[in-house]
Design a protein. Structure first.
Length: 163
């Protein structure tokens, strides 16, 4: 009589070595866009906090539009690097400069969106406080963020959008 263990197929070292190295996700996580949105959100929270802190610091010496543009440009470099590595899992140096250049092009859109919100705020309330400016840039930044994710996924990092 054969034992139950003998009737099961044996995994050899060779079979284990050739097993696929891919992960199998369940539920909504099986869609790459969901996993990317989660990682993008983490990067976005870090970059938004950095941008707001830089804006509040610069705002003491320069006007709102310049402070906004400077904060967005500086944090854009960090944002593109982090999204490249963490959100879209690109680790090679290939096309790094090109990716950052395109990232700076995308930040122009964010500057227009957030700069417009500051312009509207100061048109409605010329004596707006820095706190009100931070709220305006944060709220309009959410629109800019949606545009940025779409452009990162479908233009800049198109080669890695299914990861």
């Amino acid at each position: 009589m054969e034992s139950p263990a003998a009737s099961q197929p044996r995994l050899t070292q060779q079979a284990i070595r050739h097993a696929p190295a891919t992960r199998h996700y369940r539920g909504v996580f099986k869609f790459p866009v969901v996993r990317q949105l989660i990682r993008f959100t983490g990067v976005g929270v870090l970059c938004t906090a950095s941008s707001l802190a830089l804006y509040a610091l610069l705002r003491q010496w320069i006007d709102p539009q310049l402070a906004n543009a400077a904060a967005l440009i500086v944090t854009s470099l960090m944002n593109t690097a982090l999204n490249r590595r963490l959100t879209f899992k690109i680790t090679s140096n290939r096309q790094r400069a090109q990716d950052h250049l395109k990232g700076l092009m995308v930040i122009v859109i964010a500057i227009v969106i957030t700069g417009s919100s500051l312009g509207i705020l100061h048109w409605v309330n010329p004596a707006a406080t820095v706190a009100a400016e931070l709220w305006a840039t944060t709220l309009s930044g959410s629109v800019a963020t949606a545009v940025r994710f779409t452009l990162l996924r479908h233009w800049i990092f198109r080669r890695a959008r299914h990861i």
